[in-house]
Ligand binder design. Sequence first.
Ligand SMILES: N=C(N)NCCC[C@H](NC(=O)[C@@H]1CCC/C1=C/[C@H](COP(=O)(O)O)NC=O)C(N)=O
Length: 162
Amino acid sequence: GLPEGWEIRKSKTHNRHYYFNPSTKQSVWDPPEGTNTDQLKEYFSALKEEPTQVRAAHLLVKHNQSRNPSSWKNDNITISKQEAIDILKGYEQRIKSGEVTLTDLAQTESDCSSHKRGGDLGFFTKGQMQPPFEKAAFGLKVGEMSGIVETNSGVHLVQRLG
Ligand SMILES: N=C(N)NCCC[C@H](NC(=O)[C@@H]1CCC/C1=C/[C@H](COP(=O)(O)O)NC=O)C(N)=O
């Protein structure tokens, strides 16, 4: 709901939002002339729903294109990305059927060192994890599990814990 050319920025120093116009380089604290204040209110209330940090567990299957194709399980991972996806699809079905939990399966099957903690990565804010993983984790409700997420580490299932 901002007039053409304006965008909302978050000031870290003042921990509040301001309005910036990249072409004129103007930055102001109050919404510029012509702002649709109802839409602005909706924007900020939606923003409040998005958490600043989440806690998530993941089950990672690495493959031969992974940035670090080795893990506690296997010091030389050679399976293809498609094979990794097929394996993860199998895990996904078993978790969805209620046969096992992601946490249990991650303990023995995840190629991440977090397997020791059932895949639990603890709380993290934006900017810490690779973007596709962050996008998936922040888009989940607590308890919800993602579909297959691809990062440079490999392919993952992600479950939000908190
Ligand atoms: N802040 C916390 N708890 N730890 C730092 C995480 C650093 C972050 N890691 C990831 O994004 C990958 C994908 C999601 C989880 C994750 C775990 C990777 C996967 O294994 P790797 O590809 O490294 O061999 N193992 C650890 O980092 C990154 N920016 O690289």
